[in-house]
Ligand binder design. Structure first.
Ligand code: GUN
Length: 312
């Protein structure tokens, strides 16, 4: 293995240490802590874990962090009514509705719910207002995963301006905002997706390669230019022994862990890429902790903007 590991977990700890005194200052000044409300509809097991981590990080930096649960059988009207209540709440500066929403709410439920969040409380950066402001390079609350990746690249001293970047995946949550943030920092950006011909060849042109496709180990060595920086956004739970064996050689500690537990969390990037890349984010411990940290940053920022607006 030659790639430098980009330790997102360590950076997340440092950033949260930077945020904590700023939260204390806010609380002393305005007589209340910044407030974050997380809406969880139903009982998706992965969402339960993500939400728990977000609440824990929020309390850890000194926020008021509230979980607002609705049952799986809740109607779209119930979810919208809860969002409206939180929009009006004095105590809450940030609202996050955890995706995915239950399928029973209908195909357009996520769009309708995100549209209903007050843009000044939209700490996910998902509302059309914040997306539009971000596209134009104006101040906005920006989606947490891509902004965490930019923070990591900058803090690790990885040059973005003038480099070729390739983003694989075009989701509204990661791929699209990631491409725009890299473009704003003067990278030459290519966005790839499932219909891109010669995906490995296109990826191999990149100095900075961001993998956000949700397919365990899809990006093998043949996708990576020697020395490139590879950012792995994937969080895939592998339960198939054949897939685990294709990722890790016999005797590898992670394969032993798979055999103990029956599952393993892996990224979109094959572990062998560490032999080719110049720098690489691990999974777990790379991008994930930074997403949570950027949520803390966005919430503090939203709280300051609301409190300052309220004073004037
Ligand atoms: N589900 C997976 N990632 C996210 C995220 O960043 N925000 C929300 N609201 N839901 C998610």
């Amino acid at each position: 293995m030659s790639a430098r590991l980009l330790d997102g977990q360590a950076l997340a700890v440092r950033l949260q240490q930077e945020i904590t005194p700023q939260v204390a200052q806010f609380t002393a000044r305005y007589g209340r802590p910044p407030g974050l409300a997380i809406v969880l509809v139903g009982q998706n097991p992965a969402s339960e874990v993500y939400v728990r981590n977000k609440l824990k990080a929020g309390s850890g930096v000194g926020f008021r962090a509230d979980l607002e649960r609705l049952p799986e059988a809740a109607s779209l009207g119930d979810v919208l009514a809860l969002v409206e209540r939180l929009n009006r709440s004095e105590a809450h500066d940030g609202i996050l509705v955890q995706a995915p929403l239950p399928k029973g709410l209908g195909g357009d439920a996520a769009a309708r719910v995100f549209d209903a969040i007050a843009p000044e409380k939209d700490v996910d950066g998902f509302t059309p207002t914040n997306v539009g402001l971000m596209v134009q390079g104006r101040p906005a609350l920006v989606a947490c995963t891509p902004s965490g990746i930019i923070e990591l690249l900058v803090r690790e001293g990885i040059q973005i301006a003038g480099r070729r970047a390739c983003v694989v995946g075009r989701s509204d949550i990661v791929g699209k905002p990631m491409a725009l943030l890299l473009l704003q920092r003067d990278a030459t950006v290519t966005v790839c997706h499932s219909k891109t011909p010669d995906l490995p060849g296109v990826c191999r042109e990149a100095d900075i390669l961001v993998a956000a496709v949700g397919r365990a180990g899809l990006m093998t060595r043949s996708f990576v230019k020697p020395g490139a920086t590879v950012i792995d956004v994937g969080m895939n739970r592998v339960t198939d022994a054949a897939v685990a064996r294709a990722l890790f050689p016999a005797g590898h500690p992670r394969l032993a862990r798979f055999q103990e537990r029956g599952s393993l969390l892996v990224g979109d990037v094959h572990p062998d890429v560490a032999d080719v890349a110049g720098a690489l984010t691990p999974v777990p411990g790379g991008v994930g902790p930074l997403t949570v940290t950027m949520l803390m940053m966005n919430t503090l920022r939203a709280a300051r903007a609301r409190a300052e607006g309220a004073r004037t």
